[in-house]
Design a protein around this ligand. Structure first.
Ligand code: UTP
Length: 281
């Protein structure tokens, strides 16, 4: 079964960016000249995925509008040099379908993913947390790397990276049996542990491939850390069958859910992508 679907949970409040996110989704904050969420969709399309499914919430309509025709604007700039600014997003829209459903109450990432069951069905699928911006210029993107691994192992895969001790309490953390330098079979997972309780320094970031049995597991997952239905708890359950891998990806990752990470991503993209594109024009 080839992976075609990608789920984007974008229902969170983005409180770390208030007041900017009072009426605007954080996923629409621009990193240079593109909203964060568009980078995520581009990465999914590069990985060969064609069906984009969004878990939205109240106040997130700007995302739906972004991946649709803006008739008046497009008519206005048709035939002018400005039309070129929309080439990238038009190409994305031509290659993909977009479906949406709402998470009515923010009950955690696991709950958001369960809300996507009607959009995903019984197929393996990717998950992108768009506020983790991943870049890997000149090489396979992170999702492409993960889809290739899925085709080999046919089980759920989480992307991991090493993080310093003082950051570990912000992440889900894995413990695993090393299969290669960059690949582990997950044996344990803890959501946001204190540094002295963390099973390793390998933190899960916002890229996943999930097999659809995760939905039944999530349905039976009780609220965990912070009273939320945690994807980490469901993955730990899935790992009991030996079928969750953790993959140390190649590439850069910016935590655009934090102001500091967002500014770093902006500086990086301006210097390494935007300016180069301008010079090559
Ligand atoms: P975060 O906790 O990082 O995002 O959730 P947030 O809640 O939007 O941000 P802050 O902490 O208030 O600043 C990780 C991802 O999971 C989604 C978020 O949209 C984000 O992409 N999420 C989280 C949901 O879709 N629903 C939830 O109930 C929780």
């Amino acid at each position: 079964m080839k992976i075609k679907k990608c789920l984007f949970p974008v229902a969170g409040y983005g409180t770390r960016f208030l007041p900017a996110t009072k009426s605007m989704p954080k996923e629409m904050l621009p990193v240079v000249n593109k909203p964060i969420v568009q980078y995520g969709v581009e990465e999914a399309v590069e990985a060969g995925l064609t069906d984009m499914a969004f878990i939205t919430g109240r106040g997130k309509r700007a995302i739906t509008d972004h991946f649709d025709i803006s008739y008046e604007l497009e008519n206005e700039i048709a035939g002018t040099s400005k039309e070129a600014y929309l080439t990238g997003i038009r190409e994305l829209m031509n290659k993909t379908t977009f479906t949406y459903t709402r998470q009515k109450q923010m009950m955690g990432l696991g709950h958001a993913i369960l809300c996507g069951e009607s959009l995903i069905g019984n197929d393996p699928f990717a998950v992108v947390l768009a506020d983790d911006l991943c870049l890997n210029e000149g090489d396979d993107g992170v999702l492409t790397q993960m889809v290739k691994l899925y085709n080999q192992f046919r089980c759920s895969i989480v992307a991991i990276m090493e993080v310093p001790e003082d950051q570990i309490n912000k992440y889900g953390v894995i413990e695993g049996e090393a299969l290669r330098d960059d690949l582990y079979r997950v044996t344990n997972m803890v959501e946001k542990p204190n540094a002295d309780e963390a099973p390793s320094n390998l933190a899960v970031i916002g890229r996943y491939i999930l097999t659809p049995d995760i939905f039944d597991i999530l349905r039976n997952t009780k609220p965990g850390k912070n009273g939320e239905i945690q994807l980490t708890d469901a993955l730990l359950e899935q790992a009991k069958n030996g079928c969750v891998m953790a993959y140390k990806f190649r590439g850069q990752r910016f935590d655009c859910g934090s102001v500091e990470g967002f500014v770093k991503a902006t500086n990086y993209c301006f210097e390494n992508i935007y300016l180069k594109e301008q010079t090559n024009k």
